[in-house]
Design a protein around this ligand. Sequence first.
Ligand SMILES: NC(=O)c1ccc[n+]([C@@H]2O[C@H](COP(=O)([O-])OP(=O)(O)OC[C@H]3O[C@@H](n4cnc5c(N)ncnc54)[C@H](OP(=O)(O)O)[C@@H]3O)[C@@H](O)[C@H]2O)c1
Length: 321
Amino acid sequence: MKRISIIGYGQLGKECFATLRRTHLQDSVMVYRHDAGFDATDEKTLDSIVELSDVVINCAAMTDVNACETDMKKAIDINYLMPKKLAKRIKSHLGNKRLVHISTDFVYGTSMDDKAGMSLIDEPCDLNPCNFYGKTKAYGEEAVIDEMKYCENSLLVLRPSYLFGEYGTNSFVRRTIDALLASRINKISVKVVNDQFIYPTSCSDVCNVISMFIDHKMSGDIYNVRCLDAEENKIRSKYDIAKYIQSLIGGELEETSTSELYNEGTGAVRQKNSALSVYRLMNSISKYNYYERSQGDKQKLFTWQDRIEHICRSVVDKKCD
Ligand SMILES: NC(=O)c1ccc[n+]([C@@H]2O[C@H](COP(=O)([O-])OP(=O)(O)OC[C@H]3O[C@@H](n4cnc5c(N)ncnc54)[C@H](OP(=O)(O)O)[C@@H]3O)[C@@H](O)[C@H]2O)c1
């Protein structure tokens, strides 16, 4: 029996807890919730979490990108110092404990913006975060990797992009679904930019990858993670994703650009290119043929089209209840 601990009970933490409780019946799965009084920045709390775990999954973070610009201390404490302290403790157990650290595409920042709409971002790319959230996440990730550099196969760092799922209502995908549904009634168009390039990441797929790592079905490393695309060589703007959602649920949609939508100087700067390559991840997963389907095709991750369709159905069903 493995003892699996999840730190953070936000959209990904909730999905991880629900998934691992279902898939790892033979293991013990614990979750440490901020809203229940667990503060992961507290050293004694971290000591006891690590002591009681074989695998720790760090899903806790300050994710409000604009708030990170103003409450810098809080952002540093949870996004940088907490993962560093956690990795130090895991390392001290000499390879007997393992860590999953959730990072973000925001660590890349503007490093690939001049290729936006043309090129996917690979993991070895330079990190050039363009806002304080991205900077603190990059420091956290760097610290974790540095602490655990001699702990072979004990560390998995995942860089998801634009996470969405059953449990979070504040993601780009969920906000777009809600706004389009509302626009069917109020007739106010939902404005979405056509010059930021993304592939969203379903929390379910992140959980599947974590599950493979726990089961030793892929190697520890730094991986981009996102949903696949039904036409994998096409790079999508946020507007393209919104247009797909509109094709499923209707509503009024209007195309705009970043400079038109946001007044210069308000809020944190956003990168243009968040289109991640998942070549490294797919390669690692293929070695284990983990998702081999009965039909013979090897499905490693689902497409964002499949995942969004599923979420749209679930949101609409809940609204009809
Ligand atoms: N959301 C995205 O689009 C996205 C994209 C790429 C990567 N990521 C990364 O994915 C991970 C999960 O993100 P998410 O979308 O699940 O974010 P989320 O919904 O905001 O969840 C983050 C959780 O961390 C908790 N937390 C904050 N400070 C804490 C502390 N001191 N002790 C314990 N828990 C604390 C928060 O609790 P409170 O709310 O009570 O403070 C919240 O439940 C994060 O590392 C994030 O950087 C997110």
